[in-house]
Design a protein around this ligand. Structure first.
Ligand code: GTP
Ligand code: SPV
Ligand code: MN
Length: 598
């Protein structure tokens, strides 16, 4: 098939992996459309993939019911010293973890093909781009990597004979005996799953899961966990952030990078269609931003990905028309429901439930069924180029200059609609203390309130206290060119469960206030927790938000905020002496302000 690979280190690593995992065959991916179609056709004939009659070139996969999301409980940051992984990460010593996983990998690809996927995170030719090579025994992973990253021969060319790459080993962990029939979605039991990172070696080993962030190793594993550790060492940033360009009626461009936890609104904000006349938006990325300080002293950002792996439920022509148009054709759907006429359906799609469907488990489903038809973490995989709102600059190797950071989370109570930080340190404090109700993007409790600093709790590849310190250092280096920092919460609820804020396109009203603050065009009130708009400072022309809802959205509940302090102290306390003093100072300052705003 292919002659020897120019890059000796790559050939040697692949040889080692093949000797260990013992696949029946080894296949080097070239990244072509023909390859994608060939693999998809194989999966259609095995029954793993269902072609959708109603959606051109689109396919539905159903995962094993046990393998529906990331598994934080089985995700490891394996540094020589546990302190370097820090209290927010699972840790096993590298020797021990490699011994355990080598045992699991031994012969794990028997009966399967090992696919070698050379991929680039970031546009090839960008000084920020990083090359990885994933070896996987999952053709589903290959097709998804085709969409989510830049794959194939052009990457090997860029790698050359002595280029550097990050080795990423993945197996679904289900070897096949001779003649044994494969499962439609092979995977290993929970106790054998390991999503492991060796950040000091730029090395990733994943075993036992075929789903999303566990298996598409360029995404969370490389571009966030390993990259964040590397960014700390090298003085740049790898963040769980969307990148958005907002354009005012006068044509002024604002570049916004926003960090919300998993399934908390990044894709939706990244694809926003502003409801305020004259304002426009362009999408640059929906999940990950890599940022560095440019020659002009500003912070520049690229999106290292090439596609969207987005949450399907809740996506409709009302909530996110840009996403709906993006997924009209050429999509991989996972764990959506299948309609009788050959389309996908999910809860919150904005069209009536079909009278009959096949749910994500493959069972008959009719409206009124207690269980949802689509899994809450059902996803679409789609190329970014298909997004009608994609920015002409989305692949610009130089990136875009960031004006604004927005942090956020899903909080039914307490946290107002929008808050502006007093200064950089206070902004870092807002990021470091951000909290959110957990979602179905991880296997575990849903709706449990937890701290999710900078939306990086599951993705920070080193000690989170050092990560906070890195943010402070970046601010010091950026000085007066640092982006302004805000915090938002679209998810306030009434006691009856109704949303207080309409969200989605109407979030542009908050973004407009943010941009106006950056340019000094609008007032704010100083409160104990930061600057907030008064109701009259928000442009609410054309949207009906009851005055009492608005008052609640912009209210600073002093008693509730005082109640947050012990939890913030507990949260910071876990880092011991490693927590930067400047964050202790922020807690004290908040306490004092809360005491003064009786
Ligand atoms: P990951 O891909 O997991 O990192 O998630 P994400 O942050 O991109 O989340 P996404 O935008 O896909 O949103 C997840 C869920 O939140 C979807 O069901 C959305 O419909 C819902 N959502 C997004 N924005 C809003 C909003 O402004 N208001 C409300 N009420 N829900 C929203
Ligand atoms: C997330 O969970 O934040 C995601 C989806 O973006 S996954 O790729 O599965 O991690
Ligand atoms: Mn994400």
């Amino acid at each position: 098939m292919r002659g020897p690979i120019a890059n000796q280190r790559l050939q040697q690593w692949v040889d080692e992996v093949v000797a260990l995992c013992q696949p029946d065959e080894v296949y080097w991916c070239d990244g072509t459309r023909a390859e994608y179609e060939r693999l998809m056709a194989q999966m259609v004939s095995s029954g793993a993939s269902i072609p959708l009659a109603k959606r051109p070139d689109s396919y539905l996969f159903r995962s094993d019911p046990s393998d529906v999301a990331r598994v934080e409980a089985r995700t490891y940051i394996s540094t020589p010293s546990q302190d370097d992984a820090g209290p927010t990460n699972n840790w096993i010593a590298p020797d021990e973890l490699k011994r355990t996983m080598t045992g699991l990998y031994d012969g794990c690809m028997r009966g399967r093909t090992a696919y070698v996927i050379p991929f680039s995170m970031g546009p090839l030719g960008s000084p920020m781009a990083k090359i990885g090579v994933e070896v996987t025994d999952s053709p589903y992973v290959v097709c998804n990597m085709h969409i989510m990253t830049r794959v194939g021969d052009r990457v090997l060319e860029a790698l050359g004979a002595d280029g550097d790459f990050m080795p990423c080993l993945h197996s679904v962990g289900a070897p096949l005996g001779p003649g044994e029939e494969d499962a439609l979605w092979p995977c290993a039991p929970m106790e054998d799953k390991y999503i492991s990172h060796f950040p000091d070696e730029n090395l990733i080993w994943s075993y036992g899961s075929g789903y999303g962030g566990n298996a598409l190793l360029g995404k969370k594993c490389l571009a966030l966990r390993v990259a964040s550790a590397r960014a700390h060492r090298e003085g740049w940033m790898a963040e769980h952030m969307l990148i958005l360009r907002l354009i005012s009626p006068e044509g002024r461009r604002y570049h916004i990078a926003a960090a919300f936890p998993s399934a908390c609104g990044k894709t939706n904000l990244a694809m926003i269609q502003p409801t305020i006349p004259g304002w426009r938006a362009e999408c640059l990325g929906d999940d990950i931003a890599w940022m560095w300080i440019g020659a002009d002293g500003r912070l520049w950002a690229i999106n290292p990905e090439a596609g969207f792996f987005g949450v399907a439920p809740g996506t409709s022509y009302q909530s996110n028309p840009v996403a709906m148009d993006t997924v009209r054709a050429n999509v991989i759907f996972t764990n959506c429901a299948l309609t009788d006429d050959g389309d996908v359906w999910w809860e919150g799609m904005g069209v009536p439930a079909p009278a009959h469907a096949v749910d994500w488990r493959g069972h008959d489903w009719t409206p009124g069924n207690a269980a949802p038809a689509a899994h809450p973490n059902a996803r679409f995989t789609v190329p970014a180029t298909q997004c009608p709102g994609i920015s002409p600059d989305w692949e610009n190797p130089e990136g875009v200059p960031i004006d604004v950071f927005v942090f956020g989370g899903r909080r039914a109570g307490v946290v107002p609609l929008v808050t502006e930080a007093f200064d950089w340190d206070h902004g870092v404090f807002l990021g470091a203390t951000a909290s959110s109700e957990t979602t179905a993007a991880n296997i575990g409790a849903v709706g449990a309130l937890r701290r999710d600093p900078f939306a990086m709790q599951p993705f920070c590849g080193y000690n989170m206290a050092d990560y906070f310190g890195h943010w402070l250092t970046m601010g010091d280096r950026l000085g007066d060119k640092a982006p302004r920092i805000f915090h938002v919460n679209w998810f306030r609820k009434l006691a009856n469960g109704e949303w207080l804020w309409p969200g989605y396109g109407e979030n542009s009203r908050v973004l407009k206030w943010i941009c106006d603050r950056v340019d000094g065009r609008v007032a704010a009130q100083e409160t104990a927790i930061g600057y907030l708009p008064r109701a009259e400072d928000l442009d609410l022309n054309g949207v009906a938000v009851p005055a009492e809802h608005l008052a609640e959205l912009l209210r600073v509940d002093i008693a509730a905020w005082r109640n947050e302090i012990p939890d913030i102290q507990r949260h910071f306390g876990q880092f011991g002496a490693r927590l930067p003093q400047r964050l202790h100072d922020q807690v004290r300052a908040l306490e004092e302000r809360l005491a003064n705003y009786e």
